[in-house]
Design a protein. Structure first.
Length: 199
């Protein structure tokens, strides 16, 4: 399942590139995928945060979404820098998420439960797509591939260090970070237009 989860991480970006090869439909595909990913994040990650923190999670998610936007609005000349900062923060969050995914795969595999393992593998498809659509327009294809490799390494590390990671997964600070990062990820997807792929 660990190998399948890494394959799924790369499958999303590969599908995206294949769809974009359609030419005239590329822009439409791009917009539709952004909308779909935002909806998926809202309906998958937001309820998870609410379940962990209650309605307070909505305020934390809103802070994660609006803080980078307000900073960009206040200092327009630094909008690019602030967007890159929020992108970096979102990537750190996805890295933490990858560690916990690896730990989840190890924990459930040890107990003979394959339903959660399958769910993790399937959602990694979306994670890879989210990562690619945030990084590739801002930093280019090489950086995006590099980030996918780093997420794969983080997953393996989480798998190996599963016992230590599972023990901190229920901590309150992790829940707050999870909610904050959810807001930042939504921001990074919605405001992809603030950055352009380097030539």
């Amino acid at each position: 399942m660990l190998i399948l989860s890494i394959v799924a991480l790369f499958a999303g970006p590969l599908l995206y590139q294949w769809l974009r090869a359609g030419g005239r439909f590329a822009h439409t595909v791009d917009r539709v995928l952004v909308i779909v990913l935002v909806v998926l994040v809202v309906f998958l990650l937001v309820p998870e945060s609410i379940g962990e923190m209650g309605v307070v999670a909505l305020a934390v998610i809103a802070a994660g979404y609006f803080t980078p936007w307000l900073l960009e609005l206040a200092i327009r000349r630094a909008a690019h820098a602030f967007h890159m900062f929020s992108l970096a923060f979102a990537l750190l969050g996805l890295g933490m998420h990858a560690l916990l995914d690896g730990a989840g795969l190890a924990g459930n595999g040890a107990h003979g439960s394959h339903s959660l393992e399958l769910a993790i593998v399937l959602h990694r498809f979306g994670v890879g797509l989210v990562l690619w659509m945030m990084v590739q327009p801002a930093l280019g294809r090489a950086w995006a591939i590099g980030m996918l490799v780093m997420m794969s390494v983080a997953t393996v590390m989480g798998y190996v260090a599963s016992e230590a990671l599972i023990s901190i997964e229920g901590e309150g600070v992790v829940h707050v970070l999870h909610a904050l990062i959810t807001g930042v990820i939504i921001h990074s997807l919605v405001h992809r237009g603030h950055v352009h792929k380097p030539h």
